[in-house]
Design a protein around this ligand. Structure first.
Ligand code: SAH
Length: 402
């Protein structure tokens, strides 16, 4: 018998000596690795399914292609007899869901985290019975009906939102849009995280509405914040600040440049039956002013947006992180705690550690690294793809000794 259905998937052939990385487990084929003489990229439409082949024609994997993107193809599976279809998506999402169900007692988490769940281009966040989905590649966009069907079958949501407004879509030649995929999508949903409750805006919010990735880091702070005065910088709707208050902090101040985010901080504080101060402004300026006023805190949390979006922004980004870490450290009491985060995948953890040490030196303090954290496990890391480990966090005690 000849080959099965995959034979019908058009081949995408790699150049000689390419393919080692993919055979070793990576999921991306870069455009310069493709043998465009035998399989010209222009003959493919964005999102076409392909059979990725070595220079010798031997099967490596099935995936989808995008002739316009630097990442020209992504692997979906490695079974020659099983071309990617709805059944494969179903198996993948079910597998992803099984992990999250183990992790969390309540249905609030990231169900699917792209490459790390072998579903490149797909992100699904779950807010109980409402799902927010991000399709970030042309290949996944093409599979959108299947994605929706599978989510229905596995999760039976009352509403699903396409939150397709990420910057990376442009690299794929995709238009951005935010629209309901199914049902009546509420403007605001409730997230339960431990004992805290948060209202978060979905379509009008940042990312998919809530930052599930910081859950483990909010928990990291728990032993340190009892009775503390906490400054939550880049607070968004108050995830860290309100959780710290729940963990016994005496007073919390949230800083964000978005008034709308701070409105949510105040209403979320009320929802949890306490008060939180808010300061609207540019973090750099707010931290400078607080320092001038000699306001001090026992705990400072720094969770800025990605300062290094592309590799070539590393120098500028590093300077921005350095400035904010130094400014945050200056506001700490003698034995204060600092949580410094970076969600830039291009910012290595070692660099962040260096910046903490440099800031300690400059402010005449002694820093101790207590914990090195990352994204919560509903955002797993694909060990072959360093970009999937994007969030880094350093929890330090910063004493007055030198
Ligand atoms: N800590 C939050 C997530 C932070 S997202 C959580 O745990 O949920 C980053 C936040 O930084 C956004 O709310 C954004 O409005 C804010 N922001 C971006 N640039 C800023 C700036 N220059 N100064 C203050 N806030 C800023």
């Amino acid at each position: 018998m000849t080959d099965t259905v995959t034979e019908r998937l058009r081949p995408l052939r790699l150049k000689r000596r390419e393919g080692k990385r993919i055979r070793a487990g990576h999921l991306w084929v870069f455009s310069n690795e493709i043998d465009t003489d035998s399989t010209p990229l222009r003959l493919f439409e964005p999102g076409d399914l392909v059979s990725i082949r070595g220079a010798d024609g031997r099967f490596i994997a099935n995936g989808y292609v995008n002739p316009h993107s630097l990442i020209a193809a992504r692997v979906l599976n490695r079974d020659q007899k099983r071309p990617p279809d709805r059944k494969l998506l179903f198996a993948r999402v079910r597998q992803a869901l099984a992990l999250r169900e183990k992790l969390y007692p309540e249905p609030f988490y990231r169900v699917v985290f792209g490459e790390a769940d072998l579903l490149p281009g797909l992100v699904v966040d779950r807010y109980n019975d409402v799902l927010v989905v991000q399709l970030t590649t042309a290949g996944m966009e093409r599979l959108k009906d299947d994605v929706l069907a599978v989510l229905h079958e596995l999760l039976n949501p009352v509403a699903v939102l396409w939150k397709n407004d990420t910057g990376v879509r442009k690299l794929e030649g995709l238009e951005n849009y935010v629209e309901p995929a199914w049902g009546e999508v509420p403007d605001i949903v409730e997230v339960r995280e431990g004992r805290a409750r948060f209202d978060v805006p979905l379509a009008g919010g940042q990312k998919t509405g809530w930052f599930y990735d910081q859950r483990a880091n909010r928990e990291l702070l728990r032993p340190y914040v009892n009775g503390a005065r906490v400054l939550d910088v880049y607070s968004y709707v108050g995830g860290f600040g309100i959780q710290c208050r729940k963990h016994g902090a005496e007073a919390v101040t949230c800083v964000d440049s978005s008034e709308r985010a701070l409105e949510f901080v105040r209403s979320n504080a009320k929802k949890n039956r306490f008060k939180v101060e808010t300061i609207r402004g540019n973090a750099h300026e707010v931290l400078r002013d607080l320092h001038r006023e000699k306001t001090r805190f026992d705990t400072v949390i720094l969770d800025p947006p990605a300062f290094v979006k592309k590799k070539r922004d590393l120098d500028a980004g590093r300077t921005a992180y350095a400035g904010i870490i130094r400014a945050g450290m200056q506001l700490l009491e003698r034995d204060g705690f600092l949580l410094a985060c970076s969600c830039s995948s291009h910012m290595p953890e070692a660099e962040l550690i260096r910046l903490v040490q440099r800031a300690a030196k400059q402010t005449g303090r002694h820093a101790q690294l207590l914990a090195v954290g990352g994204q919560a496990p509903d955002h797993p890391v694909h060990p072959a793809i360093p970009e999937t480990r994007y969030l880094k966090s350093l929890l330090c005690r910063v004493s007055g000794q030198r």
